[in-house]
Structure formats: C-alpha cells, structure tokens
Design a binder for this molecule. Structure first.
Ligand code: PGA
Ligand code: ZN
Length: 425
C-alpha cells in the first residue's frame, strides 16, 4: 500500500525545473521518478503545467508539484502500488481533460512512473522484470543521435537528429562500444575539419558542428564509422529524425529545407534519394505532424526499406496510433512516456503497436534527468529499440549504463539488431 507521495522540483538537463515524485509503500518500497521535457513538442502531447511569471523565466513547476502534494497524494495514498491501471485512471479522471492540462502531464507522469518503481521495489525485483516478467530479455538496439540540428542545436541543419544505429552486432555492449568509438572518431574528424568549436555538443550530447547541408552530416557519419574500423550498413547503419513540423510552413504548405521550399511530394523524393545514397534504416517525422495521408504515401514508397517513425504524428497516443494503423501511416512509433502522461497508456500504445506489427522505439526527451526508467521500460516492453542520445552527458549515459547493468543481470540477454528493420541497407 502507498504510504506517502511526495512531489518536489529538481532541475533537468537544460537547467529548467521539472517534477520529481517519491513514493514510499508500507512494505518499505521506494520509487522515485522525474518528468522529462521536450523542446520540439508535438501539438497533441500531454501539457506540462508551468507557473509562468518571473521565477525561472516562467518555467517553474510549483503549481504542478502542489498538484502532486495536495490533489494526487490524498487520492492515491492507501492504494496498492501494484494497481497501476487503477491509479493511472484515477489521475486521468481527477484531471478530467483530454491533454492532462489541469493536473499537468509533468505531475501525472512522474507519479505514474514512481508508482511502478515503488511496486517493483516493494517486491524487491527490478523494474523491467516487474513490467515484463521472464519474457523481458531483449536489449534494445540504440539509435544514437551524434549530430544535433534543428531546435536542439545552434547550427543551421534543418533536420534535428543524425543517428548511428549499431545493429550488426550480437550483443548490446558490443554495439554500444562500436557506437562510442564512432562518436570519438567523429569528434576527431570534426575538430580537424571545422576547428575546436565544432565539437561543442547540443541538447542530446551529439556534436553541433556549423553544418548547413544534410548530406554533409550524413557523409561525416559514414566517414566516422569507417575511421572507427566498422562497416557502414553492415555493422552500423544511419537514422534520421527530421522533426519536420519544425520547418513546415503551414500557410504555404511547404517544407523549407536548405533554403528551398519543397512540397510534400518533393520531400518524399528527397528521402528516397537519401535512402538510395546512404545506409539509412529509419526516418522519423519525415512529414508534418497532421499529415496522415503523406505518412501513408511515404510508407508505401519507403516502408519496405526503412522504418517510418511517427513521433509528433502519434505523440504516444493510442487513438492517434489507431488512426495511423487504419490508413497505413508509418510502420514504427516513437514512445515517450510524457507525451501521453501515464505508464498504463504507454503500455496500451506499445501493445497496440506490437499487435499491428509496428516497431516501438522507447525514447528520452531533449530535456532529461538522471532518471533511468526508460532503460527498464525498453527491456520490460521488449521494445527492441531505444533512442537516448549520444554517449555523452550524464543524463544520456545514465540510460546506457543502466542497460549495461540489465544486460549483465539477464540470464539470456538477446540483441535483435537488423532483424528489427525492414532490411539491411
Ligand atoms: P524533443 O525531441 O524531446 O525535444 O521533443 C526529441 C524528438 O523529437 O525525438
Ligand atoms: Zn522526434
């Protein structure tokens, strides 16, 4: 039974306040979890309650913390921490809004995750095991964002994320090592070509070199993979998060890429060319977040070659994913717990995705904390894929380090590699 629920605020990786919740059970279990926070947020995401005003330039979370302590805490104290669904739906009911804007998605998700962790702690089992049981034995393939652009970096790259995907290995730790070695080669190359300021990092730990062209970023990744002694496409593939809603002009219905205005069809052609020229296995948010039709079209044209991932499109929302399934939009979903706001709904969306053969990528946010919950979720859900940034900055490496620990704990850890993608590029 839940004995105490305590909300407080801590700082995230951008130095903004965020909600942390600590739950203690009568069985002396303890669960602590914090809400992450996005920068390129989708319009259909659960809403963070922030204070406005002068404190922290309006980004304070006093109100959200107060909601935890004065509304959520009395409502769920005394409930069984294992009754996740009941607790989550209680919070949803009290909130009463479609987008969790009354209590705050930040207040609700921190509580929801803390409940699960408290239950696992009470039962003295790891969180991934509490969620997935004996079947939870798949270590996720990491998609590491090592060149940052878009709103995550101070350069002129239109696409937000340029990732390496070490899928051609037999275990998580070997894959991670190859990725880290590539990351360091990239650092050396960037420094040589563009000078020391090119190795400054963006929000997710990737470098933010002064590039303007998408192809230059992809060329650099290929060069770094080779320099590290790995084979591009065979061992390490590439992935993109265009986060295209950020450079979509709604009025004109065009995408502004490298100074050119492109129609939806021209955008799809651009992706086709890139997939033809580079060992790309996944493209996230290639089109505007409301464009189900466009997503269906690009999935028809490229879905047998790469994952077409809906992040802002689906916002981890079972209803939005259902609509996507109906029309054939995408073949993978990015899963961000705070986009929907509760663990229960996150599990619903993952189940729905798996039933319909959509791949699931468990994901961090650009604003993170030391909280490693998503590492356990990736294993617990047998998600297969994880996106948690470059192998740099503590809030990113915390997740990789937790996965290394889980890999060691598991009797038979599996690593599916390229099996998770439509093909080896
Ligand atoms: P965000 O970016 O956390 O800033 O939304 C991550 C992503 O778009 O995948
Ligand atoms: Zn994204």
């Amino acid at each position: 039974k839940i004995k105490t629920v305590r909300g407080r605020y801590i700082l995230d990786s951008r130095g903004n306040p965020t909600v942390q919740v600590k739950i203690v059970t009568e069985g002396l279990g303890v669960g602590v979890a914090a809400a992450p926070s996005g920068a390129s947020t989708g319009i259909h995401e659960a809403v963070e309650v922030r204070d406005g005003g002068k404190e922290y330039h309006g980004k304070g979370v006093r109100k959200a913390v107060e909601n935890v302590n004065t509304i959520i805490a009395p409502a769920i104290t005394g409930m069984d921490s294992r009754h996740q669904v009941e607790i989550d739906y209680k919070m949803i009911e009290i909130d009463g809004t479609e987008n969790k804007s009354r209590l705050g998605g930040n207040a609700i998700i921190a509580t929801s995750l803390a409940v699960a962790k408290a239950a696992a702690s009470t039962m003295k089992i790891p969180l991934y095991y509490y969620i997935g049981g004996k079947q939870a034995n798949i270590l996720p393939v990491p998609m590491l964002n090592i060149i940052n652009g878009g709103v995550h970096a101070g350069n002129k790259l239109d696409f937000q994320e340029f990732m390496i995907v070490p899928a051609g290995f037999n275990s998580f730790h070997e894959a991670l090592r190859a990725a880290v070695e590539t990351y360091h080669e990239l650092k050396r190359i960037l420094k040589e070509k563009y000078g020391p300021s090119a190795i400054n990092v963006g929000d997710e730990g990737g470098y933010a070199p002064p590039l303007e062209k998408i192809r230059d970023a992809l060329d650099l990744l290929v060069e770094a993979i080779k320099a590290a002694g790995y084979s591009p496409g065979e061992e390490i593939a590439l992935a993109l998060d265009a986060a295209s809603s950020q450079f979509y002009n709604k009025e004109k219905k065009v995408y502004v890429v490298e100074g050119n205005e492109l129609t939806r069809d021209q955008m799809i052609e651009l992706y086709e060319e890139l997939v033809g020229d580079y060992p790309i296995v996944s493209i996230e948010d290639p089109l505007y977040e409301e464009d189900y039709e466009g997503f269906a079209e690009i999935t028809r044209r490229l879905g047998d070659k790469v994952l077409i991932v809906g992040d802002d499109l689906f916002t981890t929302n079972p209803k939005r994913l259902s609509k996507g399934i109906e029309v054939g939009a995408g073949n993978a979903i990015l899963v961000k717990v705070n986009q929907i706001g509760t663990l229960t709904e996150t599990m619903e969306v993952v189940r729905l995705a798996h039933i319909h053969n959509y791949r699931t990528i468990i994901s961090h946010r650009s604003g993170e904390t030391e909280d490693t919950t998503i590492a356990d979720l990736a294993v617990g859900f047998n998600a297969g894929l994880i996106k948690t940034g470059a192998p740099a900055r503590g809030e990113r490496t915390a997740k990789y380090n937790r996965l290394l620990e889980i890999e060691e704990e598991l009797e038979k850890p599996m690593y599916l590699g390229f099996k998770l993608f439509p093909r080896k590029p």
